[in-house]
Design a protein around this ligand. Structure first.
Ligand code: PLP
Length: 275
């Protein structure tokens, strides 16, 4: 099977842990050919975001058109969009290009506290959800998309995800990483159901190096959806890969703040075993 061509439409993190840099590593580690159209430039490192620059949305449209005019895109992962204008540009392009797999990570605020979405663009992002096949909000993002408080229990998170899935007509991956306690369970929710179609239990891994985990997971799921027969299988494969990448994060030792995950941990381990 030829490797799936996966396009990341997202912001740049020059320190390499999140955004398009993380997406390209994630896509490659999951067996895809990665491409990237840049929505935003951030000046950031592991300790925080110092500045954000949004190139003209007309130039984003040119990046997207250049890729789709030439290359058959198998999947798209959408990340940081920041402004309403950028969101509209992506929405119009999606309607034209109609890629078969669209995963939207509704990025709003970085772990460091920096805003990665203009609050005035929240309604536009809510509307964009309907153009995706799968949305991957963390619990605070899920709350904002539902216009309610952040869920503090798994049951409340399931309810919010079901409400969002029913409202926007799209699957939602609920991520329990922000819940307190020793576990970090995820679940896949589909419109028109009473309970999740699949649950993915996991223990919380003891590391503070989780910068870019959400970006990496959504890019991995988009890639795996091209390689597996269902969304459940895609999320399962992506989660297994992500767990190994988080478990091996500390050896990278990048920066003074929460560092990146180790995208190629499994590949590097396999290569070492061969020598
Ligand atoms: N920077 C960019 C460009 C991103 O897209 C994201 C992810 O959503 C982040 C930073 C935030 O990463 P984290 O919250 O994992 O530190």
């Amino acid at each position: 099977m030829r490797p799936p061509r996966v396009l990341s439409v997202a912001g740049s993190d020059p320190s390499g842990g999140a955004g398009i840099q993380a997406d390209l590593k994630s896509i490659a580690a999951n067996g895809g050919y990665g491409m990237a159209a840049i929505t935003a430039l951030t000046a950031q490192n592991t300790t925080g975001v110092a500045a954000i620059h949004i190139p003209p949305s007309g130039f984003l449209a040119q990046q997207l058109d250049a890729v789709s005019a030439d290359i058959q895109i198998d999947a798209v992962k959408i990340g940081m969009l920041f402004t309403e204008q950028v969101i509209h540009t992506v929405k119009h392009w999606l309607a034209d290009a109609r890629p078969p797999v669209v995963v939207l990570d509704p990025v709003m605020v970085a772990t460091s506290g920096a805003r990665l979405l203009d609050p005035a663009a929240q309604s536009a992002l809510r509307e964009l959800c309907s153009a995706a096949d799968l949305i991957t909000p963390n619990l605070p993002e899920l709350g904002v998309l539902n216009r309610t408080e952040t869920a503090t229990s798994l049951a409340a998170a399931f309810n919010q995800a079901q409400r969002l899935a029913d409202t926007v007509g799209t699957k939602v991956l609920v991520k329990g990483g922000h819940l307190p306690g020793p576990d970090s369970p995820d679940a896949l929710v589909e419109p028109g159901r009473l309970s999740p179609i699949a649950q993915f239990p996991a223990v919380r891994l003891p590391t503070r190096n989780t910068h870019g985990t959400g970006c990496s997971l959504s890019a991995a799921v988009a890639t795996q959806r091209c390689l597996t027969e269902s969304w459940t299988a895609a999320v399962g494969a992506a989660k297994n890969w992500l767990s190994a990448a988080i478990a091996a994060a500390d050896v990278l030792d990048v920066g003074e703040g929460p560092g990146p995950i180790n995208h190629f941990a499994q590949l590097w381990q396999n290569a070492e075993n061969l020598t």
